[in-house]
Design a protein around this ligand. Structure first.
Ligand code: FES
Length: 374
């Protein structure tokens, strides 16, 4: 039977569906979400128009079901979105309750209607013009009150490295996370691997979210990235982790699509703190940025700490301000980063090109549970 020929499919008994609703069932080749609304069984596609989220797992409020992945909504009666979004529509199926069970008719009585949405610029490649200088991006992750700024040792060394790179002819840019109003990751990955999307669902949904320059800088602009962080209770800063969690969408493209967004890019770190734990902070950063696809120069971080019992932070600032050695270390770090990038860049198109990381192994259990088209 062709997919377009009309057929009624018995899916369960009425009692079973009433007890289980909302619930996903299969009708021919269609995945259908069954809802109980106003005493009647209703059937729409189980696949959300946005990224295919499972609507049967959504929350029903009134006649609308909210997709569990990123909160798009559809009427379980008409399949349409709420007012203002009502041109968006998921397929609606006819349902009949008969003495021997509940039947769903395929193909759907009303088809899917997808509205073309504005395409994110983050999806486009931005090739660097031939002959353009190396691009060095600084990411400052320390927090402070910008209306009443204080001296930051990690920022000072980052500025030192960027000035040195600029003086050597690099194109430089510095992003300070504290100046960007961006939302925390909402953990869509914890719902389903495919619920964590590129571009990030928050970026797509919230025009006020300001993490876009960071995504743009890391994925499209930079050749070399210097990430500067203070040590806060033995870890990188809270702003660093807030950003790192939002970067899960970059790494997740490897996992779900075997698509590596970070190519031929070098990362290096500046880590400073009044107290110790440099090696642990560096280890955590190296792991994370390597999973994004970055490569590292030899000696990929510089760091400063005066140890566990150095609570006199005012002296720590003085030490860093006076340290010619740390300034030189910052210059050398960025020079190593640029030199490493030149080596990596020279392998483009050759057999020496760094290998892409393969996607994770297929998981037969997860694959058998994967949703098909509704
Ligand atoms: S809102 Fe449904 S998949 Fe994004």
């Amino acid at each position: 039977m062709s997919d377009s020929s009309e057929a009624w499919h018995r899916v369960a008994t009425g009692d079973e569906l009433r007890a289980a609703a909302p619930v996903a069932v299969t009708a021919g080749s269609h995945q259908v979400a069954i809802f109980l609304y106003d005493g009647r069984l209703r059937a729409i596609s189980n696949r959300c128009n946005h990224r295919g989220g499972p609507l049967a797992e959504g929350r029903l409020h009134g006649e609308f079901v909210m997709c569990p992945w990123h909160a798009w909504e559809y009427s379980v009666i008409t399949g349409r979105g709420p007012q203002g979004y009502d041109e968006e529509q998921v397929p609606v199926f006819s349902v009949e309750e008969r003495p021997d069970g509940v039947y769903v008719r395929t193909p759907p009585a009303m088809p899917r209607h997808l509205i073309p949405h504005k395409r994110s610029l983050l999806l486009d490649e931005h090739p660097k013009p031939p002959g353009a200088p190396v691009r060095v991006l600084g990411l400052s992750t320390t927090g402070m009150d910008d209306g009443n700024p204080r001296y930051s040792t990690s920022d000072a060394l980052l500025d030192e490295a960027l000035s040195h790179a600029a003086a050597a002819g690099a194109d430089t840019q510095c992003l300070r996370l504290r100046e960007l109003a961006f939302r925390h990751c909402e953990g869509n990955y914890s719902k389903a691997a495919r619920a964590c999307t590129w571009p990030c669902a928050i970026t797509e949904r919230d025009p006020a979210d300001q993490l876009t320059p960071v995504y743009e800088g890391l994925v499209h602009w930079a050749d070399v990235v210097l990430i500067a962080t203070p040590i806060r209770w033995g870890n990188a800063s809270s702003l660093y982790f807030k950003m790192a969690e939002r970067l899960n969408c970059v790494q997740n493209q490897v996992t779900i699509n075997n698509r590596v967004l970070i190519h031929h890019k070098v990362a290096a770190f500046i880590i400073t703190g009044g107290q110790d734990n440099i090696q642990a902070v560096a280890g955590s950063m190296l792991t994370f940025w390597s999973e994004l696809g970055f490569v590292f120069p030899p000696f990929p971080f510089i760091a400063h700490s005066r140890g566990w019992d150095a609570e006199d932070m005012q002296n720590n600032v003085k030490v860093v301000k006076m340290s010619e050695g740390l300034r030189e270390a910052a210059h050398e770090l960025v020079a190593r980063g640029i030199a490493t990038w030149r080596m990596v860049d020279a392998t483009r198109g050759s057999k020496m090109e760094p290998m892409e990381r393969a996607g994770r192994k297929a998981n037969p259990v997860a694959d058998s549970m994967a949703m098909h088209d509704g």
